[in-house]
Design a protein around this ligand. Structure first.
Ligand code: KIV
Length: 270
């Protein structure tokens, strides 16, 4: 499937189901179940490496996992995160790093932040790289944001996210991913901008949804150095494995629930 096929789905009003994926076995399984986009997320720093955040993930890590995902899924759009420190300072370097991800098998790269990152997104897009802009809670800024917190709660904070989404859409991004923002704000953004939105903790009215694989399976229990019973899954997580009994049917149920508009439900939203 190409990015243009995804655009046609959105024009038909279909919801997009995206999942994080980090290896060939899951990529093959997810492709066979019909997931629209595989995200090689830098969440792999947390769910595979056991770290407390995504900040130590390297470009080499991302290229390695992107290659393994691309080996397992030949027909599905693959999005890869540009890791922390690889795109923020220098647009030419950002282009070289994005090209490494594309050479590893990604079709589109994701960068975090609005504001100063709008010009970087445009620089990449003008040079043939498709870009997704990640707004709202941006995990690479977790320290600046003071932890894993919902964003855009006040009118002024919501306006900034709205303006960033508009600017990224005008710059030509293929998607705007909204993480942990009020459902009402995500709805307004989705109705206002040209780019399709993909939500995680952003309510049901985005153009599509994404979930971290380990959250969908209910197997993530926090960083390696913290006790599992100290971990509380975020509100937007739903354990599809416990509902279905197998990995394959959990992925299938997630895709079905996203397409049917039953996930996320109000209890998964802010
Ligand atoms: O890295 C990741 O998995 C992500 C999701 C949280 C959207 O960016």
């Amino acid at each position: 499937m190409l990015l243009s096929d995804i655009s046609q789905k959105i024009q038909r009003g279909d919801k997009l189901a995206m999942l994080t994926c980090y290896d060939a076995t899951f990529a093959k399984l997810m492709e066979s179940e019909g997931v629209d986009i595989l995200l090689v997320g830098d969440s792999l720093g947390m769910v595979l490496h056991g770290q407390t955040d995504t900040l130590q993930v390297t470009l080499q890590d991302m290229c390695y996992h992107t290659r393994t995902v691309a080996a397992g899924a030949r027909q599905t759009v693959i999005m890869a995160d540009m890791p922390y420190g690889t795109y923020e300072h220098d647009q030419e370097l950002a282009l070289q790093h994005a090209q490494q991800l594309i050479n590893s098998g990604a079709h589109i790269v994701k960068i975090e932040g609005g504001g100063a990152m709008v010009n970087t997104a445009k620089y990449l897009i003008d040079r043939g790289i498709s870009v997704c802009a990640h707004l709202g809670f941006t995990p690479q800024s977790v320290n600046q944001l003071g932890g894993y917190k919902i964003q855009g709660k006040t009118e002024s904070a919501a306006n900034i996210i709205m303006q960033d989404a508009q600017a990224m859409s005008d710059a030509g991004v293929s998607f705007v991913l909204l993480e942990m923002v009020p459902a009402q704000l995500a709805r307004t953004i989705t109705q206002s901008i040209n780019a399709p939105t993909i939500g995680i903790g952003a309510g049901a009215d985005c153009s599509g949804q994404v979930l971290v694989l380990q959250d969908l399976l209910g197997i993530y229990s926090g960083p390696a150095n913290k006790p599992a019973d100290a971990f509380k899954a975020p509100r937007f997580v739903r354990n599809f494995l416990s509902e279905t009994g197998s990995v394959q049917s959990a992925v299938r149920a997630y895709i079905h629930a996203v397409k049917a508009g039953t996930f996320p439900a109000p209890q998964h939203s802010y």
